[in-house]
Design a protein around this ligand. Structure first.
Ligand code: 7TS
Length: 412
């Protein structure tokens, strides 16, 4: 039994008060970005109407209020992922910026010639390109863990790729294409035994499953607000304090300094050392409100509900002979993402035809071109679920799928 009613919860999201092509909007592109509840929209409005100022810069009331609200949002993030202190929480723009910060600051400082960096073939470009750059600049080696036919990383692949030469492993907790939940606990244990640090790209996991960075023992954990009901332009980098303390600043300028002299400067303590310039305060406040909302439902409940939705959808899709599914069949290894193809139909046509049924799904390479090449697919269509999706949404999605080939003139 669920502790929330998805139909009722959906009413919190004003975007659903509209029709698309004469049908109720069915939003199944949550892997790309999510919608906002009134609780988040109203909180950002309240901040702008009562408390907007530049934090950490002034003694006047609005600056003080903005500082308190910004710091309070950081406290919420800290508790949400169970970090030890707010010194370990850096606000960035998004997952991409968080990964770049780690690559430029940690990678450029600590990766040396012939060191190995290990990632998975299923990574998003954001978790590939920064490591390509570090590997090229440092004459290091970028190695890939490959997947089995169900999109999982086999244990022997982990053991053969992560070795004593490995200095850093960077891995998505959940694949944005396959929905696979990777065995990051095992990967972290193996990497630590061999002295490597582990970066976890939590862009697709943090919104959907309970994340405890201390329990996982992740060295870095990154995610984006806009995939978890918050605005765009706010992201998070969690890093262990002892690592962050030894890393040089990424961006430099205002707010990240202690003393500045003509030729030199000393830097502010954590977390401010990594937060140069005026920050996205309303984004942070929106993220705080989104966390409150998610916690009021409960991450374990959300995960359970999404598993139900995926199972419901997969059972229906697997009955359709011309639809092919990517990713693990075992539900315990996958989250709320279903990538699929339809025989003889380009994924962009699937997306366009589903749009005429009011159903929003993504089509393309999903910013994972090496994975697409590995799977020998030009593209897939992808449905990705969240807590406001309902069984009826899936029924409408399936009805749309059953009509795709008919639209294009096939018999069935
Ligand atoms: N890592 C993963 C696993 C992602 O899914 C994404 C975004 C990113 C990093 C980058 O996040 P950003 O907020 O910095 O852009 N993934 C997707 C997607 O699957 N469709 O659109 C964006």
């Amino acid at each position: 039994m669920l502790n929330f009613d998805p139909e009722k919860l959906k009413k919190d999201f004003p975007i659903f008060n509209q029709e698309i092509n004469g049908r109720p909007l069915i939003y199944l592109d949550n892997g790309a970005t999510t919608q906002k509840p009134n609780q988040v929209i109203n909180e950002i409005r309240r901040y702008n109407e009562t408390s907007h100022g530049n934090p950490h810069r002034g003694a006047h009331q609005l600056s003080i209020r903005a500082t308190e609200e910004y710091d309070n949002a950081k406290e919420k993030v800290k508790s949400f992922i169970n970090a030890k202190s707010i010194e370990e929480i850096i606000f960035t723009r998004n997952t991409t910026e968080s990964l770049n910060l780690i690559a430029y600051s940690y990678g450029m400082e600590f990766i040396k010639e012939n060191d190995e960096i290990v990632i998975a073939i299923s990574e998003h470009h954001s978790n590939i390109i920064p490591w390509q750059k570090v590997a090229k600049d440092k004459n290091a080696i970028l190695k890939y863990m490959y997947l089995d036919e169900e999109g999982r990383i086999p244990i022997d692949e982990i053991e053969s790729k992560i070795t004593s030469k490995t200095k850093l492993v960077s891995i998505a907790h959940m694949s944005n294409v396959l929905g696979t939940i990777h065995p990051i606990r095992e990967i972290i244990e193996r990497a630590h035994e061999l002295g490597a640090v582990v970066v976890v790209d939590g862009a697709q996991s943090t919104p959907h499953i309970k994340v405890d960075v201390q329990d996982l023992n992740a060295d870095f954990y990154v995610f984006s607000g806009h995939k978890m009901l918050a605005p765009m332009g706010i992201g998070v980098l969690y890093g262990k304090k002892e690592l962050l303390e030894n890393m040089p600043p990424f961006l430099t300028g205002g707010d990240m300094i202690e003393y500045v002299y003509e030729q030199d400067a000393t830097f502010a303590p954590l977390p401010f050392k990594f937060e140069a310039g005026t920050q996205n305060v309303e984004g942070a406040i929106g993220l705080g409100a989104a966390i409150d909302y998610l916690q009021s439902v409960g991450l374990n409940e959300i995960e359970k509900y999404e598993k139900f939705l995926v199972e419901y959808a997969l059972n229906k899709i697997l009955d359709i002979p011309y639809v092919n599914i990517q990713g693990p069949k075992d539900l315990s290894m996958r989250g709320g993402i279903i990538s699929f193809t339809i025989d003889d139909v380009h994924p962009h046509d699937i997306s366009t035809i589903l749009d005429s049924y009011g159903v929003a799904v993504r089509a393309g390479h999903h910013c994972a071109q090496p994975l697409m090449r590995y799977l020998e697919l030009p593209a897939t269509a992808r449905a990705s679920f969240y807590l406001y999706n309902t069984k009826e949404d899936i029924d409408q999605f399936i009805e749309g799928i059953k009509n795709v080939r008919k639209w294009l003139g096939y018999g069935s």
